[in-house]
Design a protein around this ligand. Structure first.
Ligand code: FAD
Length: 370
């Protein structure tokens, strides 16, 4: 069997593994990606809406290092568009309706912190009423425009990446199992089938059976509805969100359920999302489809990246003799922010191979025993 030697063996081709593959290409690193052939369950990246927003949650907090992450994300997705002719980035301003007293309170505080306030601009309700057909904000609430909001069309990004990897023979459709790895002590590399790799990076999303991370994951469901006639230049946020798709379709999401970590679509989620739509005057919409997946989240809602001893992250597998080198990498815990975070996290992981320190807030070592 002829052997291929690469710098990085990447496991998983969701948004994290895909972003890492492209960032590695930009540094002329050789890679190979292992991607699960399973059609079901869907991964978070296949289901996720790819929305990028500066302000999150009912406390209207500015997302961590938002400007830096956004600029790096735009840079990478534009690079991919140039390489593949598939542009997955959409500048998509977002209307944010403050729907609770708590949000109003946080808004008054947030305006004392210019960093957050810079991203929220009040607009007149007439502005919305004059433009939309029957869609309006909840009674007595005010809309704000969230500046710098965007959307990454994740299916476009994943498909363009898969096509590139296939055409360059850098993709294996296979289920990765730690017991299929061999460590060649003489050559100091991993052997996985015919691939020899200096390092391995696990970008496998919510996989508690595979990697030792203290997941605090949450199932999410969303649905696609038909909404003829609505103008499609804004996403709407307020409790739930909706964002325009092709033709007359809109994506509506998302539920957040940390209790039921399965992949079934439910009538409860449909009801919850329909209730959210009713606040905007949208009743009994035609539902075209519904999907569910699990967000890979970690304590503190922050991601984890870094390098470890393979045994610390993969556990003990009797057939494997692990090397005493920190050559097993991880990008995980992308939670609800995979589209925004993946490009810069991938860059930071590669920088750290060259000796750059990782920001302590996201360093994988915070979960590993010393
Ligand atoms: C309903 C919903 C809405 C969301 N909305 C947004 C949003 O608007 N904006 C946003 O930024 N994020 C959103 N997210 C979150 C976002 O989708 C995730 O943060 C992101 O997709 C996680 O990417 P990942 O690559 O880490 O994991 P995944 O997408 O789970 O990818 C992991 C990949 O690894 C593969 N894999 C796993 N184990 C193996 C193995 N043993 N061998 C081979 N391959 C393996 C899987 O098949 C998969 O392809 C949403 C998520 C959900 C569920």
């Amino acid at each position: 069997m002829s052997e291929t030697t690469v710098d990085l063996l990447i496991v998983g081709q969701g948004v994290a593994g895909s972003a890492l593959a492209w960032q590695a290409l930009r540094r002329q690193l050789k890679i190979h990606v292992i991607s699960s052939p399973a059609q079901w369950p869907l991964s978070a990246s296949q289901v996720g809406a790819g929305l990028i927003t500066p302000i999150t949650g009912s406390r209207l907090a500015l997302a961590w290092r938002f400007a830096e992450f956004r600029s790096s994300a735009l840079d990478l997705y534009r690079f991919v568009a140039n390489e593949t002719n598939r542009d997955c980035w959409r500048n998509r301003p977002a209307l944010r309706w403050l729907t609770t007293a708590e949000e109003e309170l946080w808004l008054s505080r947030c305006h004392k912190f210019p960093a957050s306030a810079n991203y929220l601009q009040p607009v007149e309700e007439d502005f919305v009423a004059s433009r939309e057909h029957g869609i309006h904000g909840p009674a007595g609430t005010k809309p704000y425009v969230m500046l710098e909001a965007a959307r990454v069309l994740l299916p476009v990004f994943l498909q363009a990446t898969e096509k590139w990897l296939r055409e360059t023979a850098c993709l294996s459709s296979a289920e990765f199992r730690p017991c299929d790895l061999l460590w060649d002590e003489v050559a100091c590399h991993w052997q996985w089938k015919s691939i020899a790799a200096r390092r391995i990076v696990l970008c496998t999303g919510y996989t508690p059976e595979l990697i030792r991370l203290p997941f605090l994951a949450a199932k999410g469901e969303l649905m696609e509805i038909e909404l003829p006639g609505a103008r499609k230049d804004y996403s709407w946020h307020g409790g739930i969100w909706m964002t325009p798709q092709e033709q007359d379709r809109w994506l509506v999401g998302a539920t957040y359920d940390p209790q039921h970590l399965d992949y079934e679509i439910t009538s409860e989620a449909r009801l919850e999302l329909s209730g959210g739509l009713a606040q905007w005057g949208i009743r009994n919409p035609q539902i075209c489809s519904q999907q569910a997946a699990i967000r890979p989240a970690l304590p503190g809602q922050m991601p984890a990246i870094g390098w470890s001893l393979p045994e610390s992250i993969l556990g003990r597998v009797s057939e494997v003799t692990w090397p005493q080198e920190k050559n097993c990498g991880v990008i995980n815990g992308l939670g609800s922010r995979g589209a925004l975070w993946a490009p810069l996290l991938a860059k930071w992981l590669l920088d750290s191979m060259e000796g750059q320190p990782l920001p302590p807030e996201i360093n994988l070592t915070r979960f590993l025993k010393p």
